[in-house]
Design a binder for this molecule. Structure first.
Ligand code: 2P0
Length: 325
């Protein structure tokens, strides 16, 4: 049995839209922080058909036809969920003698699944890392990141840290240089599953948003500027651009047909709370938002404990430093 750990990442320059679905070329380049305290642990082993049959018989019709066994937080996943994971494992079942190998995967997330807390980035990257060991492929982090993007685009950035980039033009996924010690605080506003998955959401925006072209153009500028601000260790500029870029991404949902939003009323309040802390109390904190209602606060590691104290009076929080990978 092989055991691995992988970390979630949260983008400060967002990947939102695909230019080429088959080749997994994103419409926008992205930059993210890889978070030490938001992680997935995954165990993987080879199993035989009899074990699959036994589990299916025990658990019922919903599970019949699964090619592998996938337990998420101890719960066996149905055929639809398992098939997504089996397709990822297929990326490693490339040799003739590997084609019929079945696996059992046990995954645990230390964060709510599918609430926009990027459990897919840590989850998919963990499975890729585990398969690399189980199938003895010995691939580099860069090669694994390139495979991982086919499972989920954002997961590709989880192979590098503390800061990672995915360049839409070169296709490269790499570590970004900065001396800034960054951290994040997740304000958990809702744990329910999102209505529109990132995949469907970004597709609707690509196809229908009247703002999409502008988003892509501006995002190119944002990406270059963010790399520069990180290199210059200019936290104020990094933070300001993080907020602006996130708001631009969400403008693509509002301008889609039909329009949609990942924000809840409490999301707006939380963003305002962050802004007020900055404007009135001179705290160095900036928000970002993904495909869910929870607000993530970007700050410096040196301010993390104090800011966490402030936010935890009002919200359930998860705080995290970044991880060096
Ligand atoms: C990001 N998100 O850069 C952006 C910002 C969500 C909002 O990447 O279709 O699950 O599997 O490539 O990676 C989430 O999208 O989508 C995402 P697929 P993924 O983190």
């Amino acid at each position: 049995m092989e055991k691995v750990k992988s970390y979630a990442n949260i983008a400060i320059i967002k990947y939102w839209g695909k230019k080429d679905k088959q080749k997994m070329i994103p419409a926008t380049s992205s930059i993210s922080l890889t978070l030490k305290d938001l992680y997935t642990e995954t165990e993987i082993e080879f199993i035989d058909d009899a074990e699959i049959k036994k589990e299916v018989e025990k658990n019922g019709e919903k599970f019949s036809g699964v090619r592998d066994l996938f337990f998420l937080n101890s719960e066996l996943q149905d055929k639809i969920h398992t098939e997504k994971i089996s397709k990822v494992v297929d990326l490693f079942r490339t040799q003739e003698n590997e084609k019929n190998k079945k696996v059992k995967i046990k995954t645990t997330n230390n964060m709510p699944t599918a609430a926009g807390l990027s459990s897919s980035s840590s989850g998919l990257s963990a499975i890729i890392k585990a398969c690399n060991k189980l199938f003895k492929k010995n691939l580099s982090q860069e090669q694994l990141a390139q495979i991982s993007k086919y499972g989920s685009g954002s997961s590709a950035r989880s192979f590098f840290g503390p800061v990672a980039a995915w360049d839409k033009d070169s296709g490269e996924i790499y570590k970004v240089k900065t001396d800034l010690k960054l951290a994040m605080i997740v304000l958990v506003l809702s744990k329910s599953k999102k209505d529109v998955s990132s995949r469907d959401g970004m597709e609707r925006c690509v196809k229908t948003s009247t703002y999409f072209e502008e988003w892509v153009e501006q995002s190119e500028i944002d990406f270059e500027n963010m790399k520069k601000y990180l290199q210059d260790n200019d936290f104020e500029k990094v933070g300001k651009l993080t907020e602006e870029n996130a708001l631009r991404m969400h403008r693509t949902t509002e301008t889609s047909n039909p329009p949609f939003s990942y924000f809840l009323p409490q999301t707006y309040k939380a963003m305002e709370f962050v802004k007020n802390l900055r404007d009135k109390d001179s705290e160095k904190c900036y928000f970002t938002m993904d495909a869910g209602p929870n607000v993530k606060v970007l700050c410096l590691e040196e301010d993390l404990e104090r800011l966490a104290g402030i936010f935890s009076k009002k919200y359930e929080i998860i705080m995290s430093r970044t991880v060096e990978l």
